[in-house]
Write a protein that binds this ligand. Structure first.
Ligand code: FES
Length: 128
């Protein structure tokens, strides 16, 4: 499981793009860290539509007024709390939502375990 620790004082909100220290599958990898109404949220900066970054710049991917995450490529709109796409070309797909904790003066973002629901055969499994 990957983790990023960010000093709260360095956050440039309401939405900031932060790079993972290492590339993934040979490509740069980043998250969007968002603070809204005193709550922290983080999602992988990957749109489920074409697996492109939601935005090159964090502020472009978040509509502070509505609280939705917006993909700058084809305008998909996602709920912040669960990453569900509610409008655009990938409705019902989801962003990868990350766990965010505050530890003293640090924000700790952790890649959640991905659950695979195999309800069609009555099984469940998980992977890191
Ligand atoms: S790549 Fe995000 S909506 Fe198409």
């Amino acid at each position: 499981m990957r983790q990023i620790r960010i000093p709260i004082e360095s956050f440039e909100g309401p939405c900031q793009r932060i790079d993972w220290p290492e590339a993934r599958e040979g490509r740069p990898d980043s998250i969007l860290l968002i603070r809204r109404q005193e709550r922290w949220h983080a999602v992988q900066n990957h749109c489920p539509h074409w697996r492109m970054p939601l935005a090159e710049r964090g502020p472009d991917a978040f509509d502070e007024q509505s609280g939705y995450v917006v993909c700058t490529s084809h305008a998909a709109i996602f709920q912040l709390r669960d990453g569900l796409c509610v409008s655009g070309p990938c409705v019902d797909d989801r962003l990868d939502v990350l766990d965010v904790q505050v530890d003293g003066d640090m924000i700790v973002v952790t890649e959640a375990r991905r659950s695979l629901s195999l309800s069609f055969v009555g099984l469940s499994a998980s992977e890191e």
